[in-house]
Design a protein around this ligand. Structure first.
Ligand SMILES: [Zn+2]
Length: 834
């Protein structure tokens, strides 16, 4: 049947797979093999995709059973089940019903699919630098059927073969290497069965670097226009990759099972990276076009190790349903930080404390919080909303507590048991707990209930009791659980020197300490080991003096996080906090801490958490500190570069910014690379320097990255015309790449443009929900999150936000609006009493 006769199915109109449907389907069928044939040579917005799926009925399922396949193409050409045609008009909302199943079946589906511009399905990017075309496939979370028909759920694994017809000069890589059978014809045969959401394809005139390590062929790939940067980064990337393989092989006792290991740095990527077995895709911002700091390289190393950890957690053993997402993400997060810190040149636990845990702590206190495990996601769309700081950072922090509780030997022995017992299959939380128990752990049910299956954070505080001091634990209001915390309490004097430390496993709400005096400060969880809100035993003004003097870097991270948390709880004045944290930015030995603090000062304390009429003053205060750090730093150092970025972003001196944009009057040791240039241009645009500075910069840097920067800069301009154009991009359908769309969203509501953008706040809450009619997946929620009017933290806007939440919303829009509204509510409360 010709494609034109088939019903039109837009991705937004497809059904989200429910858990009940997934269980039913997995109980009915098992999938043996899937052949995918793609023709990528046709010009235009579409490509041809044909599959042959061989599948059988599970033991005990009677012949004649029914099920359905997932297909989210734009046109269905033919369906054939066991040699008989199936009426394509049964295809509705992304599903093709199948009936009369036999014990063994062959399903053939041929259709036309659309290339995507939103980073899901088979994404197509035309590089503005040289007009070359690049493809990559992203099947996560439910996007596999956007490029091939399949039974799309984690626990229906299949073996795959891909046959790809493409231009002869392309590189073709997938979950196995692409073997060219004839000019322009490749075959990819992954070594092991895969969940559908892991199937990928990277195709285009990519530039590549190769190496071999321990019998594993390693490949790095990026667009040809990035080849110089790729080659410059290859040594560091290979080094981290090799060290991570060595570490995980030692730790897990199971060898990497997927053959070659490719890392493709691809354009317009929504996430940081995706752990496709044998072929990880990563955002190509990791191939730096400008100078990167060591802290940024460390963060990239963390991503490389995270994706590799998934080859075991996720790829080899996969969660049965999305509500055990933590089995993938929490473990990968934990294992990556451990691997980098113990096995590479990039220790990462400080980053975990200052960046990742703060992210998770905000998520765990928002109305959208959920348990780490068993989050109850009723369908795949709902599950996607839980890819947040809880699934990553909280889960990993909880695993650190578990290591403290079980001991490392039992912890690792349980993991090895889990990998070998469930290899190439699926597993659940109960399977993992059983593996630890076989390894010698005592009954873990209570631990799992308290830490994994209950949301929220305890508060650990210190206070005077009788003639001494006590450590106190308070569960979140209404929570029935009492979590045990294995932590250290530190006693420090006013000069920041640690006098003593007490190790405690806290199992009661109050425990008397053997520490403390009127002249010292007690800090619970001084080594940053648990998951809790921390409150030291002194007033915030006292701590402002102590913070920059603290000797122990982990204790300082704990206190900074406590302080940020207290601001969000309206317990401490944001303006006092700004002064206190800026003192840290100048002295902390670690760039990742200085950077995190400066970001918080700029984006939160001088913006959302500031009255609108005080923002210019607070921004100038950030600028003064950043400039001072630039002046005092060693010429050419990372700290100088880091501080200079903030000096640019907070400057209000357009003359100086113009000189910097021409590489004049730069502080010695700094060189204007493309990224630094765009930072200056972006700030100039925000201050109203005019369209021409953006046009000139884009002429000099007509790359994909340049376009993203230009999109943000145009949106940030303080003019009615610029806002009108940007708004249209946000709420009207277009084929703008998702990366540019997010940039427009981030640039729109700037902190010092509230008068100009106030009319758009009302429109935001009406028009953004309507974008669910033409956006789907990741981009739908991301635009709402990036564009949320956080600069308007006023009671009247809070009312508007709450009214919007009372209405009907797509789950992705609801999640972003819920989280944005939570920030607004906290900001209004924090600003009000001042
Ligand atoms: Zn991950």
């Amino acid at each position: 049947m010709p494609a034109a006769d088939a019903p039109e199915n837009l991705p937004a109109a497809t059904l989200s797979l429910t858990r009940a449907e997934a269980e039913q389907r997995a109980a009915t069928i098992e999938v043996h093999h899937t052949d995918i044939t793609l023709d990528l040579t046709r010009p235009g917005p579409h490509f041809d995709s044909a599959v042959v799926i061989r599948f059988g009925l599970r033991d005990g399922v009677a012949a004649g059973a029914v099920t359905f396949a997932d297909f989210k193409g734009v046109g269905l050409s033919s369906i054939e089940l066991n040699g008989e045609p199936v009426d394509p008009h049964g295809w509705r909302q992304g599903r093709i019903p199948l009936s009369g199943l036999r014990p063994e079946n062959t399903l053939r589906i041929t259709g036309t699919m659309a290339y995507s511009s939103d980073g899901e399905g088979l994404h197509r990017h035309t590089d503005p630098a040289d007009q070359k075309t690049y493809l990559y496939a992203m099947s996560f979370l439910a996007a596999a059927p956007r490029w091939f028909a399949c039974f799309d759920q984690p626990d229906l694994k299949s073996r795959y073969t891909l046959d790809v017809t493409a231009p002869i000069d392309w590189t073709i890589v997938g979950n196995g290497p692409g073997t060219q059978l004839a000019p322009g014809h490749w075959r990819i045969e992954p070594l092991a069965p895969l969940s559908s959401y892991y199937v990928t394809l990277v195709a285009g005139p990519y530039a590549s670097c190769y190496r071999e390590h321990d019998g594993i062929r390693l490949g790095l790939h990026a667009r040809a226009s990035l080849v110089e940067s790729l080659e410059a980064e290859a040594a560091d990337l290979f080094e981290v990759t090799e060290a991570s393989f060595d570490y995980f092989h030692r730790l897990f006792g199971v060898r990497y099972p997927f053959g070659e290991y490719h890392q493709a740095f691809v354009p317009d990527f929504n996430a940081g990276a995706m752990e496709n077995p044998g072929c990880v895709t990563l955002r190509d911002q990791y191939i730096y076009r400008g100078r990167a700091t060591r802290a940024e390289r460390a963060s990239r190393a963390g991503t490389v190790a995270h994706e590799m950890a998934h080859m075991w957690f996720g790829d080899l053993v996969t969660m049965r349903w999305w509500d055990d997402l933590w089995l993938n993400e929490s473990f990968a997060e934990y294992a990556a930080h451990r691997c980098c810190s113990e096995g590479t040149a990039y220790p990462l636990w400080t980053e975990f404390g200052i960046v990742r845990k703060d992210w998770g702590s905000v998520a765990d206190q928002a109305p959208s919080t959920h348990p780490v495990a068993g989050n109850g996601a009723p369908d795949a769309d709902a599950a996607l909303q839980d890819f947040d700081g809880i699934s990553y950072a909280k889960g990993a922090a909880v695993l650190k507590q578990l290591v403290a509780h079980l001991g490392d030997e039992v912890f690792i022995a349980g993991l090895r048991d889990y990998f070998s017992r469930h290899a190439y299959g699926n597993a659940t939380l109960a399977d993992l707990l059983a593996a630890w128990q076989r390894a010698g752990a005592e009954d873990l049910d209570a631990w799992a209930r308290d830490w994994l299956q209950t949301a929220g954070l305890d508060t650990l505080s210190v206070g005077a009791a009788g003639r001494g001091y006590e450590l106190r634990r308070a569960a979140p209001v209404g929570s029935p659980v009492r979590r045990a915390h294995t932590i250290a309490v530190a006693e420090v004097d006013r000069t920041g020197r640690e006098l003593d430390r007490q190790q405690i496993t806290l199992t009661a709400d109050r425990v008397t300490l053997a520490l403390g005096s009127v002249d010292t400060v007690l800090v619970p969880d001084a080594a940053d080991e648990t998951w809790a809100k921390i409150r030291p035993d002194h007033d915030w003004p006292d701590l402002a003096d102590l913070l920059p003097r603290l000797e122990d870097p982990a204790t300082r991270v704990v206190l900074i996080n406590a302080w940020r948390d207290a601001v969000r709880n309206a317990e401490v004045d944001p303006d006092l906090t700004l002064s206190a944290l800026l003192r840290v930015a100048g002295v902390d030995a670690e760039d990742v801490v200085a950077g995190s603090v400066l970001r918080f000062c700029q984006d939160v304390l001088a913006a959302t958490f500031s009255p609108a009429d005080d923002r210019a003053r607070r921004t100038a205060q950030v600028h003064a500190v950043a400039s001072d750090v630039v002046d005092r730093s060693v010429s050419g150092s990372d700290r100088q570069l880091l501080a200079f970025r903030y000096a640019i972003a907070t400057s209000s001196d357009t003359d100086l910014l113009r000189r910097w944009s021409d590489a004049r009057d730069l502080p010695p040791g700094l060189v204007l690379d493309p990224e630094l240039t765009w930072a200056v241009v972006g700030r100039l645009a925000e201050l109203g320097a005019g369209e021409s500075v953006i046009d000139d910069a884009l002429d000099r840097d007509p790359s994909a990255a340049g376009r993203v920067h230009a999109a943000r800069a145009r949106s940030a301009q303080p003019s009615a015309d610029a806002k009108r154009a940007a708004w249209s991009a946000l709420v009207d359908p277009s084929d703008l790449p998702a990366s540019e769309l997010y940039a427009v969203a981030k640039g729109f509501f700037r902190p010092t443009q509230t008068a100009l953008t106030r009319p758009y706040v009302d429109r935001f809450f009406v028009e953004m929900p309507a974008t669910a009619a033409f956006r789907s997946g990741w981009s739908l929620g991301q635009v709402v999150a990036d564009g949320f009017p956080l600069s308007h933290a006023t009671p009247d806007v809070l009312v508007l936000a709450e009214q919007a939440l009372a209405g009907e919303l797509h789950p992705a829009v609801r999640r972003s609006m819920t989280d944005g509204t939570d920030v607004l509510r906290r900001a209004v409360a924090a600003i009000e009493p001042c």
